[in-house]
Design a protein around this ligand. Structure first.
Ligand code: MSP
Length: 521
């Protein structure tokens, strides 16, 4: 079985996760489920990034030790991923021993190799991002990543000799043009950081204590990015007694990150790996951000929205459908209560829900709920629909394979719309009146078969809806798999339910918009 190793960033457990942080994980889970459906041995890693000054400060404010704070937050994170039914294979915490000992060893080794050296650092420090910037990197005198105030600071520190590897990285970019997706992000990294000449990276701190100590110089703690990035390999047992997972899964096939942290993953991470003599991940995909009408989510604006109340009120499937559909490949998307309610009512209730209900209703009325076997009595109309669906499925696969998830969803909804159109074209109620049995059977066959196909296509991100459709149609287990999608000869002797249940109940628009607004904090 071919392997597929997929990672999310490890999240800072500084506060509750909002829908933006949940997005990377939903995306990762969708890709994992798709890959599994396509026969891969897919392995998904997630976790929490628990060291650093910010965590220390948050814990202090809460009157807790950093360890108490991160223990509580890691549990909260797991609770949320359980609620969201995230099928992760491992959850790494950077305070776990399996991580800490290996990171300390790696630091030592890099020092011995001469890749890490001691010096003094003076620069502009952004506290929330825990990153130093040079004067040139600042944007209007502020942090180029988060736009907040920076402070001039000086300290003794260890540095990683990035310059030594810059040419190799440039060559790597050149030889692997699809290493960073989308291409615009790669060009940005290349033009803004590699071309002007890479600065060496500060990899230790003396200004705080909550981190992994440098073994030979314990007043230094290891700078959070060298610590954080290595999670992707320590979780696989790199540098430990049992590195069988490392042998099996490394290099990663896909590492998902938000656009704000692509610099760390696209530049420093491959260089650390080069220094360790390890293969570089196959692809890094930088996705955009979920924005609100008035810009970024922030507590001070009171526009932060969390996954839990949305899931509780509208269900997991609708929540996932919305955030995946609204976020185009690599670009930002906007969350508005209006668009959420609209997509729910139009896409889910009208387009998909009605297709199922109409089909089951007609089938019960005309044939007592039974579909016998394939036929194509409507000739042209049937063949056109079949060709459309086969083309559409190939397109959905292609979009999934290149991680254009919102396109894969849009294409699936094209198939839903095309199937609804087929009902209008064939007018089964007329066929019934005119007693055209064969034609009517053929229409019903095609409707049930297309619904079966649609249910399988949505299964990576709408598991429950998928199962509810397949259950109501009484599709046997062996016809619920991805490999049964590509032809029309599959179903026979199907008896659909007599009591269809509504997939998505229509929302009262104004009331729900207000309800969602009320969820914002
Ligand atoms: N701890 C680092 C990552 C280390 S990985 C070795 C970190 N953590 S974070 O919690 O701040 O962010 C985690 C992820 O959430 C990032 O990929 C970030 O882009 C993503 N998002 C945070 N807000 C977001 C939105 N509003 N929308 C989409 N993703 C967002 O960075």
């Amino acid at each position: 079985m071919e392997k597929f190793y997929l990672t999310t960033p490890i999240y800072y457990p500084s506060g509750k996760f909002h829908i933006g942080t949940a997005y990377t994980t939903v995306l990762a889970n969708t890709i994992k489920r798709y890959k599994k459906a396509r026969g891969y041995d897919a392995y998904l890693l997630t976790g929490t990034d628990e060291h650093g000054q910010k965590i220390e400060q948050v814990a202090m404010k809460e009157g807790k030790t950093p360890q108490e704070h991160v223990d509580k937050m890691a549990e909260e994170a797991k609770k949320l991923w359980n609620l969201m039914e995230i099928e992760y294979d491992d959850f790494i915490r950077t305070t776990q021993e399996r991580h800490e000992t290996v990171v300390a060893d790696i630091f030592d080794r890099l020092m011995e190799q001469g890749d890490i050296y001691k010096s003094e650092y003076e620069g502009w420090y952004c506290m929330p991002c825990e990153t130093y910037f040079t004067e040139r990197q600042l944007v209007d005198g502020k942090c180029p990543d988060c736009g907040r105030e920076v402070k001039k600071m000086k300290e003794e520190a260890y540095f990683f000799n990035m310059k030594k590897y810059a040419d190799r990285l440039i060559q790597f970019y050149h030889d692997n043009p699809n290493f960073i997706l989308p291409e615009s992000r790669k060009n940005e990294l290349f033009n803004n950081f590699l071309k002007p000449g890479l600065e060496d990276l500060c990899v230790s701190r003396t200004s705080f204590d909550w981190g992994i100590k440098v073994k030979k110089d314990p007043k230094h703690v290891i700078y959070v990015w060298l610590d954080a990035l290595t999670n992707y390999i320590t979780a696989l047992g790199y540098g430990s007694q049992d590195d069988s997972l490392m042998k099996k899964y490394w290099p990663a096939d896909l590492q998902l990150v938000g656009k704000d942290i692509i610099r760390f993953h696209g530049i420093y991470w491959p260089i650390f790996l080069m220094a360790l003599g390890l293969p570089i991940p196959k692809q890094i995909y930088a996705h955009g951000w979920i924005m609100m009408k008035d810009g970024k989510m922030s507590k001070s604006k009171g526009n932060v929205i969390y996954p839990e109340p949305l899931i509780e009120r509208y269900g997991l499937d609708a929540f996932q459908y919305f955030i995946l559909r609204e976020m185009s490949f690599g670009q930002d998307g906007t969350f508005t209560p209006e668009s959420f309610v609209e997509r729910f009512n139009f896409d889910l209730c009208n387009d998909l829900g009605n297709l199922l209900n109409r089909t089951i209703g007609m089938l019960n009325k005309y044939f007592d709920g039974k579909v016998e076997k394939y036929c194509d009595a409507n000739k042209e109309l049937d063949k056109t629909l079949e060709n459309y669906a086969i083309g559409s499925i190939a397109q959905v696969e292609n979009e999934f394979d290149t991680y254009y998830i919102s396109n894969a969803i849009a294409e699936t909804w094209n198939l839903v719309a095309r199937t609804n159109k087929y009902i209008d074209e064939t007018a089964p109620w007329v066929l019934y009146k005119e007693e055209k049995q064969e034609e009517l059977k053929s229409v019903m066959y095609h409707l049930v078969e297309n619904l079966r196909k649609i249910a399988i296509l949505i299964s990576p991100y709408m598991k429950h809806t998928s199962n509810r459709i397949l259950d109501q149609l009484n599709i046997p287990e062996n016809l619920r798999t991805w490999d049964t999608l590509h032809t029309y000869d599959k179903i026979a002797n199907i008896q659909v339910t007599k009591t269809p249940d509504v997939l998505f109940a229509r929302l009262e628009k104004e009331q729900e918009i207000e309800a969602i607004k009320g969820m914002m904090k």
